[in-house]
Design a protein around this ligand. Structure first.
Ligand code: FES
Length: 98
């Protein structure tokens, strides 16, 4: 089963394949910004994928539109929509960076 690592928090969560990054974060009390409860509208759940980008399912139409509208960088994904298929490492600007 895939493992999602959250840096620099030092937390990680093994989840079932196909679960979202947000689901993994919620299961180990990692805060992820959001204002649309995972409807793919707000873009606040943006995370940077440091490792394992190829282990995420390709963005569906909803995430693709969101990524375009919110000008996501190439290594950014919407945590509420991106589905994990293998080990990944993610970060955000607000997880304890100094
Ligand atoms: S929580 Fe709003 S787009 Fe992901």
């Amino acid at each position: 089963m895939p493992c999602v690592r959250f840096v620099p928090l030092g937390k990680e969560k093994v989840i079932r394949a196909g679960a979202t990054i947000l689901a993994a974060a919620n299961q180990c009390d990692v805060p992820v910004g959001q204002s649309c409860s995972g409807d793919g509208i707000c873009g606040w759940c943006r995370v940077t994928v440091l490792e394992g980008r190829e282990h995420l399912a390709p963005p569906g139409p909803l995430e693709e539109r969101l990524m375009k509208e919110k000008e996501f960088l190439q290594n950014e994904r919407a945590a509420c929509l991106a589905r994990v298929q293998g080990d990944i490492t993610v970060t955000t600007t607000y997880w304890g960076h100094e």
